[in-house]
Design a protein around this ligand. Structure first.
Ligand SMILES: Cc1cc2nc3c(=O)[nH]c(=O)nc-3n(C[C@H](O)[C@H](O)[C@H](O)COP(=O)(O)O)c2cc1C
Length: 310
């Protein structure tokens, strides 16, 4: 018998967000989904999370903005995207014909911008939920990331919550001094789920030219290097909140994904792994299914959090 991989990631929400399986693609690493449609059957995935979307189109940071490291990637793309108007006109109508739910990752410089994005995306066919990227600098509050401060994140989420009835997932930054407090504040503010982690602040220096490699000086580290770090944060957050936790960070194989699920994640996201293997997310899904069959696990629910204690 095929195991039941379905999972509800927004149980508090009126419409909810029921995924056929727990495997999603991480924002910024899978475009708008359309780019990968010719490579494998993307409709088999649990959900697709699109590139961060801002009110106006953005060109992103100047090159170089991507660097391969010993065990991951440093990126400083800087929210390059087509803007919400083009997304509504060109992408959402395509997604509306898809079986796989698409979650739109939103980013802003002020609370008002997040609120306006949530309002514009509310009730749009083809948009099944929002992922709020709070790793962006708060322009009005001097540029510190919204996500580093529990009170600031709560303000963003309260505003977003009021502006939409869509399921709202909040993408937490690992650079927050106390991610558990931020997760609790977000839950209190009305989030339906939390996803973690975004990339870790990182840098590299060109020792011959004597300057940072990345034009923006620092970027975000992702990939295999961050998996054990992110896993520990997922473990901690899953022990502190009641809303579903979605794990992300260095997942390249089914074994990686299963570690997150057993740490307490209800679902997972595959990010940088897609760069070396475009069908990584599908390989992870097939591997999870194979593991469950081999171990006689009938439902995903049996293993969520199953590895938390000795
Ligand atoms: C090139 C690149 C672009 C990214 N863009 C976004 C983004 O637009 N919004 C966001 O929330 N996260 C973004 N991320 C972070 C990923 O979604 C993910 O949280 C992070 O890469 C960790 O997962 P991984 O180790 O599996 O890549 C980006 C990551 C990379 C590598």
């Amino acid at each position: 018998m095929t195991p039941d991989l379905s999972v509800q990631i927004a149980p508090k929400n009126k419409t909810g967000l029921l995924l056929a399986n727990p495997v999603m693609t991480a924002s910024g690493t899978f475009g708008y989904g359309t780019e990968y449609a010719g490579l494998f059957d993307i409709q088999r995935l649990g959900a697709i999370i699109c590139k961060a979307t801002t009110l106006e189109p953005r060109e992103g940071n100047p090159q170089p903005r991507l660097l391969e490291t010993a065990s991951g990637v440093i990126n400083s793309i800087g929210l390059q995207n087509i803007g919400v108007k083009a997304l509504l006109k060109e992408k959402a109508p395509v997604w509306a014909g898809w079986k796989v739910p698409v979650i739109v990752n939103i980013a802003g410089d002020t609370v008002e911008e997040y609120k306006e994005l949530a309002r514009l995306l509310d009730g749009v066919k083809g948009v099944s939920g929002l992922e709020v990227n709070v790793s962006c600098p708060n322009v009005k509050a001097g540029g510190a990331a919204f996500g580093a401060d529990a009170a600031m994140v709560a303000e963003v989420i309260k505003a977003v919550r009021k502006a939409t009835s869509l399921p709202v997932m909040v993408k937490l930054t690992p650079d927050a001094p106390d991610i558990v407090t931020v997760a609790k504040a977000v839950e209190q503010a009305g989030a339906d789920a939390v996803s973690l982690v975004n990339s870790y602040k990182a840098m590299a220096i060109n020792i011959v030219a004597r300057h940072p490699v990345i034009t923006n000086t620092t970027g975000g580290l992702s990939g295999p290097a961050i998996k054990p770090l992110a896993l520990a944060l997922v473990y901690e957050v899953a022990g502190a909140v009641k809303i579903p936790v979605v794990g992300c960070g260095g997942i390249a194989t089914a074994e990686d994904a299963l570690e997150y699920i057993m740490a307490g994640a209800s679902a997972i996201q595959v990010g940088s792994a897609t760069y070396s293997n475009p069908r990584a997310a599908l390989d992870v899904l097939e591997g999870i299914t194979g593991f469950m069959e081999k171990e006689g696990i009938k439902s995903l629910k049996e293993i969520i959090g199953a590895g938390r204690g000795r």
